[in-house]
Design a protein around this ligand. Structure first.
Ligand code: ADP
Ligand code: MG
Length: 415
């Protein structure tokens, strides 16, 4: 025989007799009721401390209580758990009003056969409602976490997009510099041969003219126009020779910006010692000024890189600070800070000189960009620095500056 299904049930009824009928009907319908009988608000409240009730069956007319009040208390504690009204005498309007208030069914006492199918149905529905609520909760939770996840992913994407844009800009900049560098060194190479021939030929002609000029110095048979011509040739050739030598020097310096220039070997060295050595060598140029250079670098910081390239970079930066940044400043300060983190070295070079406006910062690394053309400057210093950092050291250099606010260079490379 099939075992009856246990049923944790509250029966709200003043008549013990009616309860017996109900229990019998439940047993006949396949339930094994585990129940309490209640006929007052206080008893119901006490019983509802236990939240494991599956269902309530309530009489309509009771001397101390009403189905309506019982339903309200039940709903407060049990939400929409099934509440069925079983009554002998109730008018239709009252039944409808109870159903409207949330009772799940109404059954007449003389139709008790309907009771257990109604309970079966309600238990199924309550289970359905529970599952639906769980699903809804899950959706709400998913939505909440989804939103959070979307926010997180969006920030991640924005970050990587920004990083990508930075890298792209660096790449474009680096390719621009490499192309400009190629152009300059290509031109330098092409000029070199004819220039060399010009220098050699001029030098020959100069020497021959000098010789001739010496030979005729005491010769009174030489007429005036000839001696004037030889004098002019002598002077002109000296000027041509000197100018060509200057051109040769310039052409040589153009070659400096070539990417593959030799810059010494990679080795391990103490960075602070190296920086101090650079200052010592550079010192004659700041000795007679009141400018100060401060180095902040751990004494025991060892890096694996190219000391020659680093020296050249620092010397260029120092010379620019003094020549340009401190042009109208007698007591300037230069700071060099070195930090190594996770195999990467960060060199921060700054001065508190006159700085640059945005347009100058934008063009700073271009070959031949100078604000002092005709005053012995050709504008290759920062381009050489750029190529050394990007190609020899395999790193990056950025410049931050505003007019009147000094300069800030950040150089980062694997070391
Ligand atoms: N520390 C600095 N402070 C202000 N201006 C600077 C500084 N460094 C560079 N500059 C500007 O950048 C230009 C380019 O520098 P650089 O390539 O070294 O060429 P050059 O020194 O021959 O002019 C300079 O002419 C100057 O205008
Ligand atoms: Mg310079």
């Amino acid at each position: 025989m099939k075992k009856n299904r246990p049923l944790h049930i509250i029966i709200i009824d003043d008549s013990k007799m009616d309860v017996q009928f109900l229990v019998r009907a439940l047993k006949n319908g396949g339930f094994e009721p585990d129940f309490v009988r209640i006929d007052s608000a206080q008893e119901l409240e006490e019983a509802l401390e236990d939240k494991t009730w599956e269902i309530a069956i309530s009489d309509y007319h009771m001397p101390n209580f009403s189905a309506e009040n019982a339903l309200k208390l039940w709903q407060q504690k049990m939400g929409d758990a099934p509440f069925i009204v079983v009554s002998g005498a109730i008018v239709d309007e009252d039944a409808v009003s109870l159903l409207r208030s949330g009772a799940h069914d109404f059954i007449r006492k003389d139709k008790l056969a309907r009771l257990t199918p109604a309970i079966d149905r309600e238990l199924r529905e309550v289970e359905g409602r529970r599952k639906r609520r769980e699903a809804e909760q899950a959706v709400i939770l998913l939505n909440a976490t989804l939103e959070q996840r979307v926010i997180e992913r969006t920030t991640e994407l924005q970050d990587s997009l920004a990083a990508l844009k930075r890298t792209q800009n660096q790449l474009v900049e680096s390719q621009k510099m490499a192309a400009l560098g190629c152009l300059v060194t290509g031109v330098a190479h092409e000029i070199n041969t004819p220039l060399g021939i010009g220098i050699t030929a001029t030098s020959h002609l100069y020497n021959a003219t000098k010789q001739m000029s010496n030979n005729i110095a005491d010769d009174s048979t030489i007429d005036l126009p000839t001696s004037n011509y030889i004098k002019l040739a002598d002077e002109s050739l000296e000027m041509i020779g000197n100018s060509l030598k200057k051109v040769a020097d310039l052409v040589r310096s153009f070659k400096n910006i070539a990417v593959d220039q030799a810059s010494g070997d990679r080795r391990k060295f103490y960075l602070k010692e190296q920086l101090e050595e650079i200052l010592l060598i550079y010192n004659p140029r700041i000795k007679n000024t009141q400018h100060k250079v401060e180095i902040t670098c751990p004494q025991d910081l060892v890096i694996n890189s190219f000391p020659g390239a680093i020296s050249e970079v620092i010397v260029n930066l120092l010379s620019n600070s003094i020549k340009h940044g401190f042009e109208d400043i007698s007591k300037g300060t230069i700071e060099i800070i070195a930090i190594k983190n996770a195999g990467k070295l960060q060199l921060i070079y700054s001065d508190n000189g006159k700085g640059m406006d945005e347009k100058k910062v934008d063009r700073l690394f271009e070959p031949f960009f100078t604000t002092k053309r005709g005053q012995g400057n050709i504008g290759l210093g920062m381009n050489v620095v750029y190529n050394l950092v990007n190609h020899t050291l395999g790193g990056q250099i950025t410049c931050k500056s505003k007019l009147g606010e000094g300069v800030d260079f950040t150089i980062t490379f694997q070391a």
